[in-house]
Design a protein around this ligand. Structure first.
Ligand SMILES: Cc1cc2nc3c(=O)[nH]c(=O)nc-3n(C[C@H](O)[C@H](O)[C@H](O)COP(=O)(O)OP(=O)(O)OC[C@H]3O[C@@H](n4cnc5c(N)ncnc54)[C@H](O)[C@@H]3O)c2cc1C
Ligand code: SF4
Length: 478
């Protein structure tokens, strides 16, 4: 522990963002780097707890107190080694993770938690700047071949671990670029794509093969990869969107978030997308249905495209400002949050149920809704009911549906391979991360349902251990 009184002397600093007026005119990352002196003071706030609840809060089990201390003492090279011991891609989590570790930081009981995520990002940024992150291919190859289907964070983490174990790894991705939701879901203003490309360059140099436009179960028959590879990892994500089957849903101008966001990401990558295929918010009155993170990503994109107005509607009640008594530390705090996109504008409204859409000439013009409340049914459950006489409508030229996901797509690969599904429709796995079909494993959103990058990386690592053990009889992977 660097400074025993650090947590008494220093306050938690706020993540620096670029000014709103500047950032909504471009697609560059909103977050700014912290000056080193500020970070060292933030690292000094860590109490090096005897029972570090931050470990428990982090799905990767990151060794957080160690790197907080190493940053305080200016030992950056050791800090990055400690970081990489548990996390393949700290630059993704350091930029994008909601930081469950901070939610369970002991300092958070009666003060603001340590800025763990910012420290993580600063360590990995420094390591890349100093040239410490270099390809590290395995010395010995086992001759075993593994196919990883899906190039999101779970597939990439598994691929790197399996490659380190000496197996030949090929990643199959149906999109034209590698990265999963890191590439085509998450907007540039949250993470610029050169960050992803920088890491992919290292994975390629370590010997991992990538095949894009390779849709397993469609243009790559599933039984072909079964024949050609010794093991398969299904890491195809949970991309089936939740729909709103109400009057007027068929009108033009109503789109799923994941029909809308990838088009802007592609333009940011320099792709030439014709206007008639592009979905833009420019000059439009926009309504986003869904108050979660995907909705916030739509919101930031809508601002930058120059919408005339934007509402974001959420069905559930507004979360409390402070933890509710039923949501104590060290649980993840379910509190009201303001993302960078919310700082930039738009109207957020809660307890709103959309009842229909109407329009003219086949295009949406209005959204119809009613206010709802949640009342106890006497059995400890909350039921939703409409509040009489609260029906209203808003003008809408563009409606974005960001109401979450229903699990993996079941047609194609999943049905061709015949893997068993859970009751929730995710791919079933045993404690070794193997599906119901021997030699076929699964990780990430495909087996968990739509979740977080940190879970995807953690599960990719665990599944890699399962595969290595299956191929070799034992494993040394961490
Ligand atoms: C808009 C949006 C924003 C998000 N923002 C954040 C955030 O800020 N922080 C955070 O922690 N989490 C965020 N998430 C969640 C996070 O991105 C996911 O939990 C994570 O990417 C899951 O990783 P994965 O590897 O399991 O799957 P994915 O990232 O979904 O990758 C799966 C890949 O598999 C490919 N694939 C599927 N089927 C096939 C097939 N048959 N053949 C070949 N390829 C196939 C898909 O094309 C895709 O590229 C966000 C999610 C969305 C939708
Ligand atoms: S719980 Fe917080 S204060 Fe304690 S070791 Fe972890 S980061 Fe440091």
């Amino acid at each position: 522990m660097g400074k025993p009184t650090g947590f008494l002397e220093y306050q938690r600093a706020k993540q620096p963002y670029r000014p709103v007026g500047e950032r909504i005119r471009d697609w560059k990352q909103v977050m700014r780097a912290w000056p080193t002196e500020v970070l060292q003071k933030q690292g000094a706030r860590c109490m090096d707890c005897a029972v570090p609840f931050c470990h428990q809060g982090c799905p990767l089990g990151n060794i957080i107190p160690d790197w907080n201390d190493l940053v305080y003492r200016n030992h950056w090279r050791e800090a990055v080694a400690r970081l990489h011991a548990t996390n393949n891609f700290p630059e993704f989590t350091g930029t994008l993770c909601p930081a469950p570790c901070e939610g369970s930081c002991v300092l958070g009981i009666n003060d603001n938690p340590v800025t763990i995520k910012a420290i993580e990002l600063a360590i990995i940024d420094r390591a890349f700047d100093e040239g410490w992150i270099r390809p590290d291919p395995p010395v010995i190859r086992t001759g075993k071949k593994v196919a990883v289907v899906g190039s999101g964070p779970s597939g990439l983490a598994a691929a790197q671990q399996l490659n380190r174990a000496g197996h030949w790894v090929t990643v199959f991705e149906r999109a034209d670029r590698i990265g999963g939701l890191l590439r085509y879901g998450i907007p540039e203003f949250k993470m610029e794509k050169w960050v992803l490309d920088r890491r992919l360059d290292i994975l390629r140099k370590e010997g991992i093969q990538f095949r894009v436009n390779a849709n397993v179960g469609v243009n790559v028959p599933a039984e072909q990869i079964q024949r050609e590879f010794d093991a398969i990892l299904l890491a195809g994500g949970a991309t089936a969107p939740r729909d709103l089957k109400i009057t007027g849903r068929e009108l033009d101008g109503i789109h799923f978030a994941m029909e809308y966001l990838p088009l802007q990401n592609r333009r940011c990558e320099g792709d030439d997308i014709p206007e008639d295929r592009f979905i833009t918010a420019r000059g439009k009155r926009v309504v986003i249905i869904g108050g979660g993170d995907t909705g916030a990503d739509c919101l930031g994109t809508v601002h930058r495209q120059g919408a005339a107005s934007v509402h974001q509607f959420e069905l559930l009640p507004v979360p409390p400002k402070e933890r509710a008594p039923t949501n104590p530390w060290p649980l993840w705090p379910n509190i009201f949050r303001t993302s960078s996109a919310h700082e930039e504008g738009g109207i957020r409204d809660y307890c709103i149920s959309t009842t229909g859409f109407s329009g003219r000439g086949g295009r949406v013009e209005r959204l119809h809704a009613v206010r709802v409340e949640f009342v106890s049914d006497g059995n400890g459950r909350q039921t939703m009911r409409e509040i009489p006489d609260t029906e209203f409508e808003v003008q809408a030229d563009l409606v974005l549906l960001a109401m979450g996901f229903l699990g993996p797509e079941r047609d194609g690969m999943v049905s061709q391979l015949g893997v068993k599904l859970t009751e929730r429709g995710n791919v079933w796995r045993d404690e070794n991360w193997m599906s119901s079909v021997p030699g076929i494993f699964t990780a990430g959103d495909m087996q968990r349902g739509q979740s977080l990058i940190v879970w995807a990386i953690a599960e990719g690592r665990q599944a890699a251990k399962g595969i290595d053990r299956y191929l070799m009889g034992s494993t040394n992977l961490p």
